[in-house]
Design a protein around this ligand. Structure first.
Ligand SMILES: O[C@H]1[C@H](O)[C@@H](O)[C@H](O)[C@@H](O)[C@H]1O
Ligand SMILES: [Fe+2]
Length: 357
């Protein structure tokens, strides 16, 4: 007998035996009725919510050859990668992580953060010139339409929120340290990175006797947790979300590695992986179609979708807020670079800013 089916006390058992036979019969009929209904309810739930690794259906009709065409990409994409590949060095990575750790923080609701991205167009992306709020909702909606878990829908909604970094004075220097595909620094630049090894010729680490030789400062199986990925929105958001939400490890991996295409898409850097990374790679690959192929979906209706997603946010962010980085120079007011903000219209309440140790 299952523990839940035992009588808590002998008195309670006695109470039950005092009742007449007819009542017992009715009770038994009722239990039978529930038992008949139970499998039906379970089936309904499983058909509406699919598993993380169930095939993605929404992209079946997409022409995938139309995405990530970097050779024929426009000038803004090419010049973005030229700059990113020149400036992402080991030294810069250490500096950026340090700045992040020592910066003051501001409290911001997740939805406020999403709205802040309504003005950001990602220079590195050949597949969309929509603003980032639209891209986030397209990804989340594609995951939702495919019936994938609620935590994954939320991951789709927030995965690029780290691009907020771009708006913080003194933290980001431009788009090159915020967006774009990522790759490790401190080991050889791999040819499977967009535009190949040669695109790094102007990087001070190119040809470096340690940083650009084999595994460089790392060793086989070290685990990606110990590898410095080029600094940007993925790495930043991962550190923000970790510890502030109840999202599972798979979600954290999707956030941290979704731009690490040389790894999850081209099979590079396998030697650095440990056992956990192998599992996480599966999760990141399951997430990728929703991020990439939803870019050609119809425009999401932001205000219509908002109530659904706000509920989802509350489910996984117990505090309902995130501590985001604030400008290091400006600890009280979050400062936005006016030149980068095309249409800065915020009708809703401003974030509550506060200093953090
Ligand atoms: O995750 C994506 C991806 O890596 C794209 O290639 C890049 O253009 C975007 O900036 C990024 O958000
Ligand atoms: Fe991204």
């Amino acid at each position: 007998m299952a523990p839940g089916a035992t009588f808590p006390t002998a008195a309670a058992a006695g109470e039950f035996t005092k009742r007449d036979g007819k009542a017992l019969e009715t009770l038994s009929d009722n239990i039978d009725a529930v038992n008949i209904l139970k499998p039906l309810t379970t089936t309904t739930t499983t058909t509406t919510e699919k598993g993380l690794y169930d095939e993605s259906v929404f992209d079946k009709t997409k022409d995938k050859s139309q995405f990530r065409q970097y050779e024929t990409a426009c000038a803004r994409v090419k010049s973005f990668y030229k700059e990113q590949h020149t400036k992402q060095t080991v030294a810069y990575n250490l500096l950026a992580r340090n700045k992040f750790r020592s910066s003051t923080r501001a409290r911001m609701s997740v939805w406020q953060a999403i709205e802040r991205l309504n003005t950001l167009i990602d220079d590195s992306d050949p597949d969309t010139s929509l603003s980032q709020i639209e891209h986030l909702l397209q990804s989340a909606e594609a995951i939702r339409r495919d019936g994938k878990p609620r935590w994954m829908q939320l991951t789709g909604l927030i995965h690029d929120l780290g691009k907020l970094l771009y708006f913080f004075d003194g933290i980001a220097e431009g788009q090159w340290d915020v967006v774009g595909d990522t790759f490790p620094v401190g080991c050889a630049f791999d040819d499977r990175i967009i535009y190949g090894r040669e695109s790094f010729v102007s990087n001070p680490d190119y040809g470096h006797e340690v940083y650009d030789r084999g595994l460089g400062i790392y060793f086989p199986g070290i685990g990606l947790d110990n590898v410095m990925l080029s600094w940007g929105h993925d790495e930043y958001l991962y550190h923000v979300v970790k510890g502030q939400s109840t999202l599972p490890d798979e979600a954290l991996a999707m956030i941290r590695y979704h731009s690490f295409y040389p790894w999850h898409n081209a099979g590079a850097y396998e030697e650095l992986m440990n056992e956990k990374d192998k599992e996480m790679l599966r999760a990141v690959r399951a997430f990728n179609p929703y991020d990439l192929y939803s870019k050609s979906d119809e425009l999401p209706k932001v205000e219509e979708l908002r109530p659904y997603y706000e509920e989802l946010i509350d489910e996984f962010f117990p505090e309902r807020y995130m501590m985001v980085v604030s400008s290091e120079k400006e600890s009280i007011n979050m400062k936005f670079k006016s030149s980068k903000v095309k249409t800065w219209v915020s009708s809703r309440s401003e974030p509550v800013n506060e200093n953090q140790e």
